[in-house]
Every structure is written in C-alpha cells, then in structure tokens.
Design a protein around this ligand. Structure first.
Ligand code: IMP
Length: 199
C-alpha cells in the first residue's frame, strides 16, 4: 500500500520514513505527487491537528495519508508550548530562539519536568482512521547541548541516558522518542488493519 506523508518538515519525514521502511509500506511525499496542502492547525489537541493534516492530504491526493502532530509539553509552562510548539514566540523565531524562550520561562523554577508528545494518524479514502499516541518523558536542560536533530532537541534531556535528544544518534533517539513510540503503536494498528483488509 502506498501512503503519502503529510509533512514538509524534512527532519520529521526522515524519522517517519526510517520507521515506516521497516513496515514494508511505500511512503511518498506530497511534493512527489505535485501537491502542497496548507493546513491550518486549528485543533486544541495533538489528536485533532494530526487528523486535520492527514485528512486534508488524503482528500487532496486520493491516497491514504499519514500525519504526525507533535510538540513539547513543559510542566512549569502549564503544559506549553504543547500544540503551539512550532509557533511558540511567533512565526519569525528560529529553533534556537524558541529553545531560549523555554529556558527563560523556566528561570527560577524547580520543576523542570517535560514530555514530548506525538500523535500519528492515518486517514484512508474510504473513511477509516487509525491513530496512535507516543510520549517521551524528560526534563528541560539548563542550556542547549548537542548538534543533532531539530526543534527543541538541544534542551530536551533524557535522564536515563544522561543526554539531550540532540546528543543522540538518530537511531538512539528513534528508539525512545515520542514519534518512535507513536509509530511503533501505529505499526501494530496498521498491521492489524491491513490483515483485516485481506480477510
Ligand atoms: P508540528 O507537529 O509540525 O505542528 O510541529 C511540532 C513542533 O514541535 C516542531 O516544529 C518542533 O518545534 C517540536 N517538535 C516535535 N517533535 C520534535 C522532536 O522530535 N524534536 C524537537 N522538537 C520537536
């Protein structure tokens, strides 16, 4: 089965692709099909936004579409930036500037607990929907560390491994990340779904 990956974030695409490859499904990009769907993320939850993105791309291409909506939820920021992670501080900021904003927001805070959340959703042309959520708990580092990854990776510290996401190799991050976990659950759901179609 062929799926369209409903994302333009090259880092996310690489992570999604690496994990989906193992499933034996063919993943193509919106750009491979000559479509570029602009989706307004008006939902208040990762589930809603993930569904909005997947449904819009499925409708535009006529193919099953997979989308991920994800973000960083920080305890001391009342769960923020959450679904607003990509636009935290305004559209014009760079990833390092957004990291600094989170660090500033945590000045003087004792609780540095946080989690990354990812919801992966597939929409099928017949109307079926599959969805899976993954979370990765961690803390916010005191300063950015590491060069890998993207977004908030340099400030997201995983105590068990004593590293930020940005200090991990891609495989290391995928093995424990919110997106890796969501995709792992999604893989199980998709396998069940595809088996059901065969019967
Ligand atoms: P969206 O899901 O495209 O709306 O954006 C999610 C935003 O959350 C990204 O732009 C990043 O800022 C952040 N984010 C999501 N997943 C990760 C990750 O694995 N590492 C670092 N930042 C992430």
């Amino acid at each position: 089965m062929k799926f369209v990956l409903a994302s333009r974030n090259s880092h996310k695409l690489a992570e999604l692709r690496r994990i989906l490859d193992g499933l034996g499904v063919e993943a193509v990009l919106e750009s491979d099909l000559g479509v570029d769907v602009e989706v307004e993320e008006t939902g208040e939850t990762f589930e809603e936004n993930s569904l909005l993105k997947a449904r819009a791309v499925m409708e535009a291409t006529g193919l099953p579409a997979i989308a991920d909506d994800s973000g960083l939820c920080v305890n001391a920021l009342a769960g923020g930036p959450g679904v607003y992670s990509a636009r935290y501080g305004g559209e014009g900021l760079t990833d390092p500037q957004r990291c600094q904003l989170v660090l500033q927001g945590l000045k003087g805070q004792i609780d540095r607990g946080a989690k990354f959340v990812s919801v992966v959703t597939a929409c099928f042309p017949g109307g079926d929907v599959l969805s899976a959520r993954g979370e990765c708990p961690g803390t916010i580092a005191y300063a950015p560390q590491g060069e890998n990854g993207f977004g908030y990776d340099p400030i997201f510290f995983v105590p068990g491994l004593r590293k930020t996401f940005a200090q991990m190799a891609p495989e290391e991050k995928n093995a424990i990340s919110h997106r890796g976990r969501a995709l792992e659950k999604f893989r199980t759901e998709l396998e069940g779904y595809l088996r059901g179609l065969d019967q």
